[in-house]
Design a protein around this ligand. Structure first.
Ligand code: AHG
Ligand code: MN
Ligand code: MN
Length: 342
């Protein structure tokens, strides 16, 4: 059946119906409800992002988050909208956000569900006032501890245990891209009807790309293997499609989305200013792991350089990891440079 043009609700229910086992359907029914609540929140955020310059939600709040980053008004707005859209649906037992130091319990009196939602409410905040593409990233796990109240332990699950992951990109159009482990599908918001319509069915990324995304301003702080890999990409060798082009927006979601559709590799390596304590920037639970789930489902790969992102067992809610993600052959070549320059 050609799915092109159907709206996201029907697509998700069709996916649910493909499941034969009644037990599966029941849990997926809850997951369907969760995803629907997420699409509602993303429409509200999209509406505000698209007129941010007209209402007083640009600029800074004057506060800092746990990462020591200035919190923008739109960060706070998106965080609040997502939380309020998700807290009462009865699908979740706990949430966690980049903008909240601790886990976010479901308020007393609201029904609790079997799922955990981890999210970066607004990714690429530094680009908000410059009107460059920004996004929301989400990761969904199933509860693994007893009782109905979600705990920190329920949030600290490895990427390969995710039941769903996705992102919304607020760009020239608003798109929602997600996976539940059965491939990757992209939906474009039709503002005239307020519906996400299937526009990119069964996304598969190229095995090898022609572009790389990295903040080369940090290259003095990278390890030897990373520096040599980037130099390798810049050498002239048409037989291996080099030199690669550099494409870097500075919004993970936007850089990832372009590389997912066109092929390519995104790198945010660790900073080795203190060789004994390399520092990473991107967060495992709600940036690296959900995008790793998506890219693997699309035939790509995601690594720290040493270990597969999806295999890392988290120890802290806001744990940071180096992230090298994209076309499989490109990521494998990067890993080779790292192992040869240990
Ligand atoms: P966030 O806005 O959620 O804090 O994420 C910003 C991240 C990510 O979007 C992007 O890839 C990276 O920061 C850019 O970092 P640099 O500005 O250091 O390149
Ligand atoms: Mn982010
Ligand atoms: Mn953010």
């Amino acid at each position: 059946m050609d799915n092109k043009g159907i709206e996201i609700q029907r697509f998700i229910v069709n996916e649910e119906r493909k499941l034969t086992d009644r037990r599966d359907r029941r849990t997926t029914g809850n997951l369907t409800g969760l995803l629907m609540d997420l699409t509602y929140a993303s429409k509200i955020i999209s509406r505000e992002v698209n007129k941010a310059g007209l209402v007083d939600i640009l600029g800074l709040t004057g506060t800092e988050n746990i990462h020591g980053e200035e919190v923008k008004k739109l960060d706070e707005f998106a965080n609040d909208k997502l939380y309020r859209a998700m807290e009462h649906g009865g699908h979740l037992c706990v949430m966690a956000s980049e903008e909240n130091d601790d886990i976010i319990p479901i308020p007393k009196g609201y029904p609790k569900g079997k799922y955990i939602l981890l999210f970066d409410p607004l990714d690429g905040s530094s680009n908000i006032d410059a009107n460059a593409s920004i996004g929301t990233i989400f990761s969904i796990h199933k509860k693994k501890t007893d009782g109905e109240i979600g705990t920190l332990e329920d949030c600290l699950q490895k990427g390969s245990d995710q039941v769903a992951a996705g992102y919304i990109i607020y760009g020239s159009s608003t798109m929602l891209v997600y996976t539940t482990g059965k491939g990757v599908n992209g939906f474009t918001l039709d503002p005239s009807v307020g519906e996400f319509i299937l526009s990119h069915e069964n996304i598969n990324t190229l095995s090898k790309g022609k572009c790389y995304s990295a903040n080369e301003g940090n290259s003095a702080f990278w390890n030897e293997g990373t520096r040599k890999y980037i130099d390798y990409l810049k050498e002239k060798d048409s037989s291996t499609g080099r030199p690669y082009s550099l494409r870097y927006i500075g919004s993970l979601v936007a850089d990832f989305h372009r590389n997912l559709l066109y092929g390519g590799i995104f790198l945010y390596p660790a900073d080795y200013r203190d060789p004994k304590k390399p520092k990473a920037k991107l967060r495992l639970l709600y940036e690296a792991a959900p995008l790793a789930f998506i890219v693997e489902q699309a035939g790509g790969m995601a690594t720290t350089g040493k270990e597969n992102i999806m295999d890392i067992v988290p120890t802290e809610l806001h744990q940071k990891v180096p992230l090298i993600i994209g076309s499989k052959e490109d990521v494998l070549t990067y890993k080779k440079f790292i192992s040869e320059n240990e």
